[in-house]
Structures are given as structure tokens and as C-alpha cells.
Design a protein around this ligand. Structure first.
Ligand code: GAP
Length: 437
């Protein structure tokens, strides 16, 4: 990793802790490797990202239904899906320095990248699923898995959702939820962790229409990142070669983002064919075949999956928004979040703590907070208050000054241009709504 890039990640991680976006998990006990907690601003940012996804993928569409399935599922699900046998990574250890690697990530599979010795063990396949026990007896019959993907919760509910919602093919089911993988090499802050959240949508289609819908969803998902405010030049497609394809996929493309530590996967769009429903059909004897007026012959639907990581999207949003702007002073950091997902939508400041300004500011704050996440601050100079809001990624600051008491106007300071314009108090709510929706 380039030194500068290293520094940028270090500065971002430190900003995240200082401003309450992301904290190391159980920090007062020394932390737990690769586990992170979202603080006040991070929790709000994450919630906004999930809402933004949910609205685009379900609420604003007639053909996609939502679902919230349990994390713990019948253990047979994972045998049927192939995860018990095939959800593995190739693990190698160095006999000299005891470091552990994923063999597929090594440049030279015979040499330890840490100590340089040619003392790597043979490759062992390591299953990534976490196991736990259900009930009081911890024996083999009580083993259950923490789900490694949310997708299976959707497949096992295919018939339930189809029948209760009366959807016809093509239609989709969307879900946001936690997934767990016992990753060999977690790291890069919240990029690869062992506990994470996925935002997945499975679209059920006729087999002969798979190419069409694959292209359609590729385009939808690309555009979603642009609407999220991510710079297009930082995004690219990567097609999976035969050696990269997951055991269930016929075709797969990743959307990648250029992180300070390189181009990395952000989301996968997969053609999973009839693999999943076909396997569950066989294993359970439940008829997963589909038929309606348009399709008179029964068939097992194909699935186009869009699978995004919520934490990885949040990291992308942070990296993409992070800017150090010398025009604002030496150490000035700005998070240029899109107002749509910014954790704080606006800050309200009385210029001084007298002349009726705090009373007007508090009224504006109390009115606006009914519909938006608003921050109120009266401490320190206005310049310091702007700087604090820049670091929190708040796009607008409303300042109540002497003129407010005369004509009911306030200044709106724009985070990105730093320009200030005057607006009527009565227009502030409409102003924010227009920027956010
Ligand atoms: N259901 C298909 C599936 O799970 P995947 O490519 O293994 O596909 C999809 O995962 C997305 O989930 C990834 O693109 C990434 O955003 C996120 N993801 C996967 N493993 C992760 C991890 N260990 N930490 C954080 N996010 C992860």
C-alpha cells in the first residue's frame, strides 16, 4: 500500500473514532479483532444508507417485496445450499513465523510474504461458517450455523412471499440483515469483518430471460451508487473468471471501488440460475416450480441476485466523502456526504447568546427536528462550529443573526461551496426536503 494511502486510511479511522462514526468493539477490554461498533454519527449514517437502499429496491418498486428472515436457520438449509461442503477458503500457515494466509491472495504460493521463508504448509480448505449450539446440550445434533449470507432466508421463503403477495414472475424479494463469516484475513477497517450486514435482493425470472434481467440489474445497481453520491470515476466493473465464480453462479460481475488500499469488491451481481430453488425443491420435496397464464409449462425460476455489503458501502461513502481542504485552515477535514444520507441534515446556530437569538434558534431547531435530524450548537465561534459540522459531514448550517430579528431570515452556509445565502425561516423545511429527497 502506498504510504500516502496508508496515512489517509489512518486519518479516516482516527476521524471516525474522534467524531463517533466507528469505534473498535469492546475497546475497554482491548478490542476484538475485526469487530467494530457504530457510534452516534455512524449509526445514523448506516441507517440512512439502509433506508436509501430499501426505498430504491422495494418501496419505490411494485415488483420487489421486503423480508426480514431469522439469522438462525434449519441446519439442513446450509447442506442443501452447498455451504457446508463448498463455502471454504484455502488456508496456509507459515511454519516459521506462524502467520496465516489465504492461499489465493498470495503472489507466490510457495513463499511467506511476512518472513520470506519458503516454509508454507500445504493448503487446507477452511469452512467460513460460524457454528453454535441450539438448546442446552452442546452436541452434534444441536449444531446450527450463523448465516453466511442473507440470500438463503429469501429462497426458503420464496413460496410464502409469492403466495402471500400474489406477485408474478418477474418479481424480487429484498432483505437487509446480519451475516457472519469466519474470515481468515479480515481487515482494512470495516472492509472485511467477521460480522457484517448485507443488503440483498433476489429477482425470480424465467430461464430464457436471464441475460436481459442480468443486464437490467447491473445498470440499476451501478446507478444506485451514483445516486448515493459516489464519484463515477472511482467505480468499475469486474467480471468473475471461471476460477472466481462461486459454486452457485453461472455469471457474476462485481462493482468495485478504488479504495486507498486498491480496487476492491463493493457489490456482486450474480446469475444463480435455478441452482438454489432447484436444490431446495429436491431436498424438501416442496414444489418450487412456477406456472401462470404467461408461462404454461412449469419451471424452476432462475435468480438474478444483487448482493451489497452495508458496512462496505458505508466505508465507501466515508472514503469517497473524505477531503482535506487547505482553504479552510491547516487541519480542516470535510466529509462531503450527499445530503440524502448525511447523518446530520442541518445545524442551527444562534450567532451570539443574546438579543433573542437563542430563542429564535431553539424554535427553528424544535420545528425542523420533527422531520429531520438537526443539530443545535451555541458554543464557540461560528467558524469553529462550521468546522465541527464539516467534520461530521453536515451539509447545511443555519445561522440566526441580528438581521433575523428584523426580517425573519437566516443565513444558510453550504458545506461544499462555503457560500452563505439568506433565506426566510418559513422556507427552511422545504429547502431541506428538496435537498434530501
Ligand atoms: N449472497 C451472495 C453473497 O453473499 P458475496 O460476494 O460473498 O455474495 C456479497 O458477498 C457482498 O457482501 C460483498 O460484495 C460485500 O459487500 C459483502 N461482504 C461479503 N463478505 C464480507 C465481509 N467479510 N465483511 C464485510 N462485507 C462483506
Amino acid at each position: 500500500m502506498a504510504k500516502n494511502a496508508d496515512n489517509k486510511m489512518e486519518r479516516l479511522v482516527s476521524l471516525c473514532k474522534r467524531r463517533g462514526f466507528v469505534f473498535p468493539s469492546s475497546e475497554i477490554y482491548g478490542g476484538l479483532n475485526s469487530c467494530w461498533d457504530y457510534g452516534p454519527l455512524g449509526a445514523e449514517l448506516k441507517r440512512n444508507i439502509k433506508t436509501f437502499w430499501w426505498e430504491a429496491m422495494t418501496n419505490r418498486r411494485d415488483d420487489v417485496e421486503g423480508l426480514d428472515a431469522a439469522i438462525l436457520m434449519h441446519p439442513e438449509v446450509w447442506r442443501t445450499s452447498g455451504h457446508v461442503d463448498e463455502f471454504t477458503d484455502p488456508l496456509v500457515d507459515c511454519k516459521t513465523c506462524k502467520a496465516r494466509f489465504r492461499e489465493d491472495e498470495l503472489k507466490d504460493p510457495t513463499q511467506c510474504p511476512k518472513c520470506g521463508n519458503k516454509t508454507l504448509t500445504d493448503t487446507r480448505q477452511f469452512n467460513l461458517m460460524f457454528k453454535t449450539f441450539m438448546g442446552p446440550v452442546a452436541d452434534d445434533s444441536a449444531v446450527v450455523f450463523l448465516r453466511p449470507e442473507t440470500a438463503q432466508g429469501i429462497y426458503v421463503n420464496f413460496l410464502n412471499v409469492k403466495n402471500s403477495s400474489r406477485q408474478k414472475i418477474p418479481f424480487g424479494i429484498a432483505q437487509i440483515g446480519k451475516a457472519f463469516r469466519n474470515e481468515i484475513t479480515p481487515g482494512n477497517f470495516i472492509f472485511r469483518t467477521r460480522e457484517f450486514e448485507q443488503m440483498e435482493m433476489q429477482y425470480f425470472i424465467a430461464p430464457e430471460e436471464d441475460e436481459k434481467w442480468f443486464e437490467y440489474w447491473k445498470e440499476q445497481r451501478w446507478n444506485w451508487y451514483l445516486e448515493l453520491g459516489i464519484r463515477e470515476e472511482k467505480l468499475r466493473w469486474h467480471e468473475h473468471g471461471a476460477d472466481e465464480l462461486a459454486h452457485y453462479a453461472k455469471k457474476a460481475y462485481d462493482i468495485e471501488y478504488e479504495f486507498p488500499f486498491g480496487w476492491k469488491e463493493l457489490e456482486g451481481v450474480h446469475n444463480r440460475t435455478d441452482f438454489d430453488l432447484g436444490r431446495h425443491h429436491q431436498a424438501t420435496g416442496k414444489d418450487m416450480r412456477y406456472q401462470d397464464e404467461r408461462f404454461t409449462e412449469k419451471f424452476i425460476p432462475y435468480i438474478i441476485e444483487t448482493s451489497a455489503g452495508c458496512d462496505r458501502t458505508l466505508l465507501t461513502v466515508l472514503v469517497d466523502a473524505y477531503d482535506e481542504d487547505p482553504e479552510r485552515g491547516e487541519k480542516s477535514t470535510v466529509l462531503r456526504f450527499s445530503p440524502k444520507i448525511a447523518p446530520i441534515k442541518a445545524a442551527v446556530f444562534p450567532l451570539v447568546k443574546k438579543d433573542g437569538m437563542p430563542e429564535i434558534a431553539e424554535k427553528i431547531y424544535n420545528d425542523l427536528r420533527k422531520n429531520f435530524n438537526i443539530f443545535y450548537d451555541y458554543r464557540g465561534s461560528v467558524g469553529r462550529r462550521y468546522a465541527r459540522m464539516d467534520e461530521a459531514g453536515c451539509p447545511f448550517c443555519f445561522t440566526i443573526d441580528g438581521q433575523t430579528t428584523e426580517d425573519d431570515t437566516v443565513t444558510i452556509r453550504d458545506r461544499d461551496s462555503m457560500e452563505q445565502t439568506r433565506h426566510k425561516i418559513a422556507e427552511l423545511s422545504a429547502f431541506l426536503k428538496e435537498k434530501i429527497v
